[in-house]
Design a protein around this ligand. Structure first.
Ligand code: MF3
Ligand code: CO
Length: 265
């Protein structure tokens, strides 16, 4: 027996040690997320028609450095810029360019990833430029709802497929499709960790969710076909096969003892 208030030493041979390491990692990842969120906020405040996606790249690059972070996409597997910018029928991984000028009616995904004190964060938002067609507005809205429907399914001792099915069901209900070939990922200590996260998976399938896991929910929702292709000229930009618009929001979620915590939105 130990009197209340007595100093207790932590047994470093026990499971406490890996748990403490994970708690320290989670604290570091949360700090990285704060930077990622601030960068996305900054982009949101400065986006307007007439600017190029290269200008978004500059904003992200400079803001990230100013906040003490490093843009994770830069030189990642040869990616040449500090952020991914994907307009209209571009599904993801668009490369910022001086030639791509935002015009009224565009929808754009800005996907920001940060390394801060060695920890990774990754989230993306959709922005609408000026007056956007109702069709596109609905796509952007439903893509966000898909993510939230998926999020509601995240709980300890549930399955990753519970989340995936909820995302897919909501897209289908609205007449949209979900990209199958590109998914989310674990994130935090590395940019991309296990598990690979599908949004066309089935309830009760895929990885068991355990407190302490962190992964992204980032379904790509297409107005038309779910088929995609990669631009051969840059080997990065993913487009819808039919040229119809695509929308994507990305968040980072931590599985907790009670349910979940959103780290980056
Ligand atoms: N944020 C993207 C993701 O979810 C990053 C893609 S890698 C890059 O994984 F090099 F294109 F940035
Ligand atoms: Co990601």
């Amino acid at each position: 027996m130990i009197p209340a208030g007595a100093a207790v030493e932590i047994n470093t041979n026990s499971v406490m040690q890996p748990l403490m390491i994970r708690l320290e990692q989670i604290a570091g990842i949360k700090e990285s997320c704060k930077v990622n969120i601030a960068v996305l906020d900054y982009v949101g405040e400065n986006l307007k028609s007439g600017i190029s996606t290269e200008e978004i790249n500059k904003m992200v690059h400079e803001k990230t450095l100013q906040l003490g972070g490093i843009p994770a996409p830069l030189n990642y597997n040869g990616f040449p810029k500090s952020v991914c910018t994907s307009i209209n029928s571009q599904v993801c991984h668009g490369i910022p360019s001086e030639e791509d000028i935002l015009v009224e009616g565009d929808i754009i995904n800005v996907d920001v990833s940060t390394i801060y004190n060695g920890y990774f964060s990754d989230s993306s938002r959709m922005y609408m430029i000026g007056e956007v067609s109702e069709e596109k507005q609905k796509l952007v809205q439903v893509a966000k709802e898909c993510l939230e429907k998926g999020l509601e399914q995240v709980k300890p001792w549930g399955f990753l497929g519970d989340m995936g099915q909820a995302v897919n069901d909501h897209a289908k209900k609205n007449g949209y499709t979900i990209v199958r070939e590109i998914g989310g990922h674990g994130v935090g200590v590395e940019f991309h960790e296990e598990p690979w996260v599908s949004y066309v998976s089935r309830k009760g399938k895929e990885m068991l969710l355990v407190p302490g896991m962190i992964f992204t929910i980032e379904p790509m929702v297409n107005m038309g076909t779910n088929e995609i292709f990669i631009d051969e000229s840059d080997d990065w930009t993913v487009y819808t096969a039919d040229g119809a618009p695509s929308a994507q929001w990305e968040i980072m979620v931590l599985v907790t003892e009670e349910g979940y915590e959103v780290l980056c939105y």
